[in-house]
Design a protein. Structure first.
Length: 225
């Protein structure tokens, strides 16, 4: 907990983000030692150049934010991002097919992206968009992601009506059974939020407020002495 930065994917997915914004994000990630920067795929080459020589990974999103892209498009997005320097892929599963009970289609969709990423030594986090799912569907999604070989399951895009909840992170952590990590994202803005998610089982935190969270952690540590 002391080094909470290592949990955080420092995130900027706004459509109006500029090159200057991405450079600032990467500079902050270097300074604080975040796990990764999470950005839209257009900015992967810039982020990879900015972070060259650092331990911070470049993470990008695929099929974002709706999940309803063709599987071939998700695979192509993945392959281009990996070529450009991404090392972590956060893909949105096919939410409509999951809700409709077509688990075979969901499995094939995730597995295709996982295979493309793993072939290049990258990891995949599967975004469930928990705000749109019933509990049984969340459990099914975790089981499918695990069967497909995904490395993490992730709560949310941050673009739905609500984001991560402690209850969902606990549920996903149990369903992952140690075989996958759990990324909590969407609405995590404070150190208290982040600590609650980690206590619930999150092994990664997606947040645009990463700097504020880490600085609050440092302040708390300083005041303890």
């Amino acid at each position: 907990m002391e080094n909470i930065a290592h949990f955080i994917d420092h995130t900027l997915l706004r459509p109006d983000a500029t090159a200057a914004d991405i450079r600032k994000l990467c500079a902050e990630a270097r300074k604080y030692g975040f796990a990764s920067v999470c950005i839209n795929s257009y900015w992967v080459p810039l982020a990879a150049a900015e972070l060259a020589g650092s331990a911070v990974k470049v993470c990008t999103v695929v099929g974002f934010p709706l999940g309803a892209s063709a599987t071939a498009a998700k695979v192509a997005e993945t392959e281009i991002a990996l070529r450009d320097g991404a090392r972590e892929i956060d893909m949105v599963l096919n939410i409509g097919e999951l809700r409709g009970g077509n688990t075979a289609a969901v499995l094939d969709d995730i597995r295709a992206v996982v295979n493309a990423a793993h072939a290049r030594g990258a990891i995949v986090k599967v975004i469930l968009e928990t705000a749109l799912l019933e509990e049984s569907q969340k459990l099914a999604a975790c089981a499918i992601a695990r069967e497909a070989g995904a490395d993490f399951v992730k709560t949310s895009t941050g673009f739905a009506a609500s984001g991560a909840t402690v209850r969902d992170v606990e549920l996903m952590s149990r369903a992952a059974g140690g075989a996958m990590g759990v990324k909590a994202s969407g609405g995590i803005r404070t150190l208290e939020d982040a600590r609650k998610m980690i206590a619930a089982g999150a092994t990664r935190i997606g947040a645009s407020a990463g700097v504020q969270i880490v600085e609050a952690s440092q302040t708390a540590a300083d005041s303890a002495y």
